[in-house]
Write a protein that binds this ligand. Structure first.
Ligand SMILES: [Zn+2]
Length: 186
């Protein structure tokens, strides 16, 4: 889920220069899902049914190609190396969070994965585990993801000590638990 990516990206850069890199890490962690949010917004505006959305429009090039670009492991690896070479922490911090997003997505999509090596290859890994599909063990993955996300909240709260920073982390943690519950009840 995007919210887990955001928490994981911000927690992953803590051992480096965590606080200064936090905005870059948040952008990097969100970037690979950006076309998907535009897609969902367009689907709402066009009033597509769920069926049309996920069986048809999802697979069209208009979405798959931009998703390929923003989910490309080699592109982020190159940006990461460039950031190191230029000594620009925000560049490699952003790329590191995006890379983490792409690798975890690769491990947690069954038939609906992205092109991980675009534009060099259109290969998509079919993981035995899906983060959302119960036919591929999402039912036991979900609680693990929830515990991991809350663990990241704890790590962040230990590092960010100001009251408003802790308030933000607590709010994120609260949303983090509430959102999946709403999804279950939906
Ligand atoms: Zn993603």
């Amino acid at each position: 889920m995007t919210q887990t990516h955001l928490l994981m990206g911000s927690a992953a850069i803590l051992p480096f220069r965590g606080k200064a890199l936090a905005p870059a890490a948040l952008v990097g962690a969100a970037l690979p899902d950006l076309p998907m949010y535009i897609f969902v917004l367009v689907a709402r505006i066009m009033d597509w049914s769920r069926q049309e959305m996920w069986r048809d429009y999802y697979w069209r090039d208009e979405l798959q190609i931009p998703m390929g670009w923003v989910n490309s492991i080699p592109i982020y690896a190159a940006i990461f190396a460039l950031g190191l070479a230029l000594k620009r922490p925000w560049i490699w911090g952003l790329a590191l969070a995006a890379l983490l997003h792409c690798v975890t997505d690769l491990l947690l999509h069954h038939h609906d994965g992205h092109m991980h090596f675009y534009p060099f290859s259109d290969f998509r890994f079919e993981s035995p585990i899906s983060y959302w599909d119960d036919r591929h063990h999402a039912n036991w993955w979900r609680p693990i993801e929830l515990v991991m996300g809350l663990g990241f909240c704890v790590l962040l709260a230990r590092r960010y000590r100001r009251w408003w920073q802790r308030g933000l982390v607590a709010l994120a943690g609260l949303f983090y638990v509430v959102l999946p519950l709403l999804w279950f009840w939906h």
